[in-house]
Ligand binder design. Structure first.
Ligand code: FAD
Length: 533
């Protein structure tokens, strides 16, 4: 008999919420997470660090990010204990009430989710960028909103970042990524305040990001939940009592086959991960044959798009400060029906980080460090792309992609996750967003360069995949019900970005967490489980 009541697969926004609430309620919980448990000193900085997670060879490459290339669409996701919170740009905001008007099961409305958004807000504790730390990109956004008569659409966004109220925005790149001041957060975890190092997406060494390992997962572990990193689930089968999860333990370049049983399984492996797990279980191992035919459908990129603009006279320093700080909201569709949400963007300055890391840790005077410094010098002593504004944002796309399990043409004896994506129904929103990027740049003296990947090929990259195991009122329309339970399989749940049945047109992590808060409350309230001792 298994010693666990519940197995949770994945430790991102869905998995962390479930682990926390179920452990608090007294369930014996185990979390299987394919990625590592990252510590700040291990965040990737050097070229030979663990940057990539390779789903084909996870025993050899289980690094920071999982980049998947499908035809006309690439997807970026995090991998590690804390899931996408490790890599994300910290924007933690509600979806608009309008996003719930159609496409959802009847039980899900903005009103029903509101108390759960509040719970997620309490746990993640987001803040807005303080007025004494406004970034040049924030100032440009505000000016652009004023000059385009959109100031009433402009606002700061909530960020899962801890700011020092007495802090300031640095005049130049901070010499150190480490925190200058630390504190103990409301969950008893040590964090530091934001030093504006600009490394939100590659791991914040100051620990200023309120990542899930510092809130939900910390509470889960305090209540006895066991987290098993480097444990990648392969498929699930039904038993008389519950389910078996078959998984591989990754260690020292090897994969070891293992299995765990529990009465209840919560699949939280993200839009691609959860869909793939169920596709494999239904179609390859044939262990869950009754899963709905709609598995894989209504997949959305959430309309993410980035347009760089170049300014001759401005220092925008996109690699200093929080990646995103503010938004201009056109989700009301007033721009010719296109619904979109413009944000400022940013990115880590990988070169400066590399030099800093080599100086600090290894080879301060080595010939490689000296060469790197020479290469970096012409880019000024600050930011190599200091006049660049990465206009970013999301749009309502068509939400009509389909994930499926198809032949791997490089290894024809194997199958792999594939995506069927047609951009036609997504063009209205995405072109509206690009138009806004152009308009905002034009009114502030910038020159946009729309990526040729869009102008020539209509290819997209998304960090916000949604759908695949969608919520619905019946199995003809989706894979799980309005509580996340898989149609045809009681006690088997999915709760993460894969159950969101449509694009929401803005950053989705808080909505995923709120829905998980609702689902897990329903599980706990109606459960008649006999707890193992
Ligand atoms: C660069 C970047 C920036 C982003 N910025 C923002 C932002 O500012 N705001 C926002 O709201 N969203 C942002 N996102 C998106 C956000 O990270 C995701 O929407 C969110 O993490 C999805 O939550 P989830 O629970 O569905 O999945 P995830 O958080 O991805 O968690 C799924 C977990 O399951 C694990 N897993 C997958 N397959 C398996 C398996 N077979 N076995 C075991 N474990 C498995 C994964 O390693 C992962 O840890 C960003 C994403 C990226 C890549």
């Amino acid at each position: 008999m298994s010693k666990f009541d519940v197995i949770i697969i994945g430790s991102g926004f869905g998995g962390s919420v479930h682990a926390c609430r179920l452990a608090e309620a007294g369930y014996k919980v185990v979390v299987l997470e394919r990625g590592r448990r990252w510590a700040p000193e291990d965040y990737p900085r050097n070229p030979d660090d663990a940057w990539l997670f390779d789903v084909d060879e996870p025993e050899h490459q289980n690094g920071w990010l999982d980049f998947r290339y499908f035809k006309d669409m690439s997807v970026i996701q995090g991998a590690g204990v804390g899931g996408g919170s490790l890599i994300y740009a910290n924007v933690s905001i509600d979806a608009k009430p309008k996003a719930f008007e159609k496409g959802w099961p009847n039980a899900i409305t903005y009103k029903t989710l509101k108390p759960f958004y509040e719970r997620a807000f309490y746990m993640i504790a987001p803040e807005t960028l303080p007025d004494n730390q406004l970034t040049p990109r924030y100032k440009l956004m505000k000016e652009a909103a004023e000059k385009t008569n959109a100031i009433d659409r402009f606002s700061k966004v909530d960020l899962a970042i801890s700011f020092d109220k007495d802090g300031r925005f640095p005049k130049e790149r901070p010499a150190s990524e480490e925190a200058q001041k630390t504190f103990i957060n409301k969950h008893g975890q040590k964090q530091g305040y934001c030093v504006h190092a600009g490394n939100c997406d590659i791991g914040c060494k100051a620990q200023a990001k309120n990542t899930l390992d510092l809130n939900y997962l910390a509470i889960a572990e305090k209540h006895g939940a066991e987290i098993r990193p480097l444990s990648i689930a392969s498929h699930i089968s039904k038993t008389t009592e519950g389910y078996t999860v078959f998984y591989h333990k990754l260690a020292n370049g090897t994969k070891t086959k293992l299995a765990l049983e529990a009465k209840k399984i919560i699949i939280c492996a993200g839009s691609l991960g959860s869909t793939e797990l169920l596709l494999r279980s239904r179609d390859e191992f044939k262990t869950l044959p009754k899963i709905s035919k709609s598995l894989g459908q209504k997949w959305s990129s959430n309309g993410d798009f980035l347009t760089p603009a170049f300014y001759e006279e401005r220092e925008l320093s996109p690699s200093i400060g929080p990646t995103i700080s503010a938004a201009i909201d056109y989700l009301d569709g007033s721009d010719g029906g296109a619904e979109y949400f413009v944000e400022d963007g940013g990115f880590p300055d990988v070169l400066s980080n590399l030099i800093r890391s080599r100086q600090k840790h290894k080879h301060p005077f080595s010939w490689k460090t000296k060469i790197l410094k020479k290469i970096a010098r012409p880019f000024s002593d600050g930011d190599p792309l200091e006049g660049m504004m990465p206009w970013f944002g999301q749009a309502m796309d068509g939400g009509d992609g389909r994930l499926y399990y198809g032949r791997n043409w490089l290894k024809p004896w194997q199958k792999k996750l594939k995506l069927k994506w047609d951009v036609s129904k997504s063009k209205l929103g995405i072109e509206g967003l690009i138009r806004a990027h152009k308009r905002l740049s034009k009114h502030t003296g910038g020159k946009v360069v729309v990526p040729f990947t869009w102008t020539l090929f209509k290819d997209l990259i998304t960090p916000h995949p949604l759908g695949g195991c969608c919520m619905a009122d019946d199995a003809n329309d989706g894979v799980v019900n309005s509580e996340g339970e898989v149609f045809g399989y009681s006690n088997l749940y999915v709760s993460d970005g894969s159950i969101i049945p449509r694009p929401i047109g803005l950053n989705p992590s808080k909505t995923i967490a709120a829905i998980a808060e609702r689902n897990v409350e329903i599980i706990i309230n109606k459960d008649d489980i006999t707890f193992s001792v």
